[in-house]
Design a protein around this ligand. Structure first.
Ligand code: NAP
Length: 293
């Protein structure tokens, strides 16, 4: 069994990106600029955005943070997006999710210029990805593809079971794993809360990608011997023994599943760190106008 080291791979990806940025600057180009919009004071969102800004600093990107209270109006958020769309210095930007209930998330995502949508959430980017056209691929699925690639994990002809059909993880992941490419060429089953006999479905998987947000849902008995297990789940669970008062739990019961798996991602130290690295990669692509002219 191999533990997939997201920390090591994300550091490698970031070091490669830094080299590319250094070369860009040496040629007289400008530093790629990522902006983040953060609404409210959700602790997890604060942590994610701080980590994205830290990564920008490490790689040599410029970053901007636009913060508003949770009572900001939808109209003001849309105005901020319009300004970022028109700001020539900003190559790409993200609006950190989740948003407060009074703000329509689809309206916000659709307001983002697809050319600057480095989170890959805009319907145009999702549609282009589904058609196999150049597109920003949402960061978490993109990071998972990179892990599969760097560990040279065989995917062709395998049965891949994705658990969870969210717009940002499960759905794009299922599309990517079935495409005629590497990683890909899987026979994909996309499961969700209404899937019947989910245990048997997961037991038949060669590759399991768990993104449901239910800590330790996937147990050892659900996993076929030798399966590849990718754990996207990241849930804060109260743990008084920790300094922060909580522990981060994945969707996979690691101790039971790891001995049966051929490859497995830990939580933390797996997919989460790759998500940030993938966002940085998308931002460099935006600065270079690799996806859209
Ligand atoms: P989400 O929007 O909450 O969607 C959860 C999905 O799981 C839904 O499709 C839901 O089905 C399905 N589901 C829930 N309970 C289930 C069950 N008992 N059996 C089968 N399917 C079930 O989730 P998300 O935003 O994709 O996030 C999923 C997890 O990944 C969370 O823990 C989140 O924190 C984590 N995450 C991590 C990263 C990272 O960088 N590591 C990035 C994004 C998300 P229905 O559609 O039927 O409701």
């Amino acid at each position: 069994m191999t533990i997939i080291d997201g920390k090591k791979i994300s550091a490698e990806v970031k070091a490669e990106l830094k080299e590319e940025v250094d070369a860009l600057l040496a040629e007289g180009g400008k530093a790629p600029h990522l902006a983040a919009v953060l609404i409210g004071d959700n602790g997890a969102s604060e942590t994610y955005v701080a980590s994205k800004i830290r990564s920008c600093e490490q790689i040599g990107f410029k970053s901007s943070l636009i913060r508003r209270d949770s009572n900001v109006s939808e109209a003001e958020v849309l105005e901020i997006i319009a300004e970022l769309n028109n700001d020539e210095d900003v190559d790409g930007f993200i609006v950190q999710l989740p948003l407060p209930d009074h703000i329509n998330v689809d309206k916000v995502i659709e307001a983002i210029d697809p050319k600057k949508d480095v989170d890959g959430f805009h319907p145009i980017n999702i549609g282009r990805m589904a058609k196999g056209l150049p597109a920003y691929i949402s960061a978490t699925p993109y990071g998972i593809l990179e892990l599969l690639k760097r560990y040279e994990i065989e995917t062709s002809g395998k049965h891949c079971v994705v658990v969870g059909r969210s717009q940002i993880v499960g759905l794009p992941m299922s599309i990517l794993m079935q495409r005629n490419d590497y990683p890909g060429n899987c026979t994909v089953t996309l499961t969700h809360s209404r899937t019947q006999n989910i245990k048997a479905v997961i037991q038949s998987a060669d590759i399991v990608i768990a993104a449901l947000g239910r800590p330790e849902f996937i147990t050892g008995e659900m996993i076929k011997e030798g399966a590849v297990v990718i754990d996207v789940g990241l849930t804060r669970v109260v743990d008084e023994s920790k300094k922060k008062g909580y522990a981060l739990k994945g969707d996979v019961k690691f101790d039971e599943v790891a001995p049966k798996a051929s490859y497995i991602t830990p939580v933390p130290g797996g997919v989460g760190l790759m998500t940030v690295a993938a966002l940085m990669h998308n931002t460099l692509k935006a600065a270079r106008k690799e996806i859209y002219a």
